[in-house]
Design a protein around this ligand. Sequence first.
Ligand code: CTP
Length: 412
Amino acid sequence: MRIVLGVGGGIAAYKVASLLRLFTEAGHDVTVIPTEASTRFVGTATWEALSGNPVSNSVFDDVHLVNHVRLGHEADLVVVAPATADLLAKAVTGQAGDLLTNTLLMAHGPVLFAPAMHTEMWQHAATRANVETLRTRGAAVLEPASGRLTGADSGPGRLPEPQAIFEAAMALVQGRSDYQLPLAGRTVTISAGGTREPLDPVRFLGNRSSGKQGVALAVAARNAGATVRLLAAHMEVPAPAGVEVQRVETALELREAALAAAAGSDVVIMSAAVADFRPAEVSDTKIKKRDDTADPVITLVRNPDILQELVEQRNGSRSGAGQLIVGFAAETGDSQGDVLAYAEAKLQRKGCDLLVVNHVGTDKVFGQDSNAVVILSRAGSEPQEASGTKTEVSEAIIRRISFELNRVSPRA
Ligand code: CTP
C-alpha cells in the first residue's frame, strides 16, 4: 500500500518515527512529508533514512514529477501525525501553501488525522469546529490520548501511541467504522502490585505480586486511548509513561484511593493482590526479641473487600450506571469443584461485571501457558479464553472490556 505520512510541527513528531517503522515493517511504501515547522523537531534525514524515499515539503522540488498532484492521487492512505491545530485549520480552509496541504487537497483515499496539541487548543471552539468539519467531510480524526503533555500538566491532547495510530489506520483502510481508539475519551482506574501490611516500623506482611499484569493492562488501556489512573501498591516493575500514578502501601490506603478514583472512572480493574488480612496491632517501635518474654503472636484482622465495595458504591450511585468493574482471581481446582465452578461462585459473590481467572497449580485445565486466563462475565456470556505473553493477554482483556463498555454505555 502507498502511504503518505504528513508530519506536523509538534514535539510529538519524534513519536512518528516509530509509526513510520510500523508502516514500513508491515511492507508499505511510505512517503513522508514533514511541514517546515516539524523539521525543527525531527530532521528530514531521519525520515529519508527510515522511509527509504526522498523527503520534501516544497512544491518546487522535483517539479517534473508533479508531486503536488501525484502524491495525493496515488496514495492509498494519508496519515497526518501529529495533526497540530494549525494543520487542522489549514486542512479545513483548503490552504495549499506547501506539499502536505496540496496532497491533502488531492487525496483520493482515506485520510486519518492523529491530533496532538495542548488541552486548551484541543478544546478551543475553533479546533472543535475544525474537527467536526473534517469528520463531516469524511476524514477520520482520532481522539487524542489523555495524560502527561509536554510540560508538567496533563489532559487530553497527547498523540495516541504509534501502535494505536497504526491499528486505526489499518481499520480505516479496511473500511471499518471502528477506527476510533476503543477507549478514547474513557477513564480507566487500574490497581496493581501487592499491598504491604505493617507490623512495626521495619516489618510488613506482603505477597509476591510483581505488578507486571497491572502494568501491562495500564499500557494496553493507554494504547487503546484511555486516560489511565494506576493505583500502584508495591511493584517490581516501573510504572509506564503516559499514565497517572498514585502510590499506595496498605489495603486500607488502596481502598480509599480506589473508591475515590472509581467515582470518576468508566472502568475499574482490580488487578492488585490485596492482603485479605492485616495485623490487628501495629507497633510504633521495632518489635524486639527478648529472652524474658514469650515470643510474639501476630493476630490478624480482616481487610475490607475493595472489589465488593466498589460494586456497592457503583450500584448505589446514579452516576455510576454504566461503569464496568473487573476483578481478578487466582484459582485452583480440588476434589470439591473445578476452577471455573469456583470462579463462577466468586464472580456472583463479588458482583463485578467481569472476572479474569488465572488458573494456578498443577491441574492446568487451560493449557501449559502460564499466561492463560479465562474471562467470565456476570451477564452470562460464554467464558472467553486468552493466552500468550502478558502483553497479549492484557490486550485481549482490554479489547473485551472495550467491547463490554461500548455495549453497556455507548460513547456519547
Ligand atoms: N480484592 C479486593 N479486596 C480484598 C481482596 C481482594 O478488592 N480485600 C480483589 C482483588 O484485587 C481481585 C479479587 O478481589 O480482583 C480477588 O478476590 P479474592 O477474594 O482475594 O480472591 P483470591 O485472591 O482468588 O482468593 P480467595 O479464593 O481466597 O478468596
